[in-house]
Design a binder for this molecule. Sequence first.
Ligand SMILES: Nc1ncnc2c1ncn2[C@@H]1O[C@H](COP(=O)(O)OP(=O)(O)OP(=O)(O)O)[C@@H](O)[C@H]1O
Length: 356
Amino acid sequence: MTLPRLAVRHLVKTFAGRRVVDDVSLTVMPGQVTCLLGPSGCGKSTTLRIIAGVDMQDSGTIHVDGQLICDTVDRVPPEGRSIGLMFQDFALFPHLTVAQNVGFGLRGRRDDGRVTALLQKVGMLRYLHDYPHQLSGGEQQRVALARALAPQPRIMLMDEPFSGLDDRLRDDIRDETLEILKSEGTAVLLVTHEPNEALRMADEIALMRDGRVVQRGSPYNIYNAPKDLQAAGFFSDINVIKGKVQGALTDTPFGQFLAPGVPDGTEVDIVIRPQHLKIDFDRAGRGPNPTPQDGTPARGVVQRARFIGASSLVEFRMDFDGSILRAAVPSVFLPKVGTPLWIMIRRDRCFVFPRG
Ligand SMILES: Nc1ncnc2c1ncn2[C@@H]1O[C@H](COP(=O)(O)OP(=O)(O)OP(=O)(O)O)[C@@H](O)[C@H]1O
């Protein structure tokens, strides 16, 4: 069995009586990316700082390749942890050239061609003698990556490293960075509050809320099997339809939904993402026929429709209770406000959660 490159267990950190990091455990395997994902203030950066050795935990352990590097008794100093850091504001030294900046990353070790090899890898070899102010944001980011990789760290900790870059550039740099980190076999722990960044980069996502890791899993699993309503809502807009369970089923205007194992009388939220609503025509008020997969259709009237490029966002006011449902549909379809349409809910794409 492969040992995790980084294993963090039961980390706790309290500031002014508040548990900012509350029993956090996570692992990163060699050559893999784990994303610590969560809203601002949930404790991501504090967790990262403890792993880097800049902050000290109140309790909990950190192991690198099975070796204890920090508990509350023994503590390997930051420079002895074989950890590289990349932060958004982790600026290059302005008075050093690109080559000197990367060379600085070697921390006194012999170069042996590593600086040029790394600059080649990040596509910056021709800027060897340039100074940081002569480079674009994306180019500086590439040099920063080369500098962080110079001492061949076993782990790279990244805190929102791409947030200073504009959208198009960010996607490119993200993909390139990932490829380079994988080719170096570095284990990466990446902190972000952006779900799309985590979905795009992570092998594993640890979803954090109020100091706790509430769910861990592959991007696919965490997106398609969220643990609760908040976890579902963190990744996209969601629609919520209310119901009450009777005999493991809940009745709604969209027909019955299965709620296995949920006791009778429990109020539930049926959650569905906008792209999983199906829309059909009115047919003079008859609408489409019910199907086993899509259940009973319900009628709504278009309240708002916005073209946003690849898709259109359509907002419906539902006849049954006046509530609003949002659908994302291919952008070839942009219905007029006031159009009656019928909506069906794909059973296989719904999540049923007891209301908390
Ligand atoms: N040194 C400190 N002293 C007191 N409180 C702190 C300290 N460092 C962090 N906190 C608090 O701990 C909480 C978590 O902060 P942290 O920076 O870890 O969150 P985060 O999830 O990384 O958020 P962001 O994405 O905004 O940086 C915040 O409420 C913050 O104010």
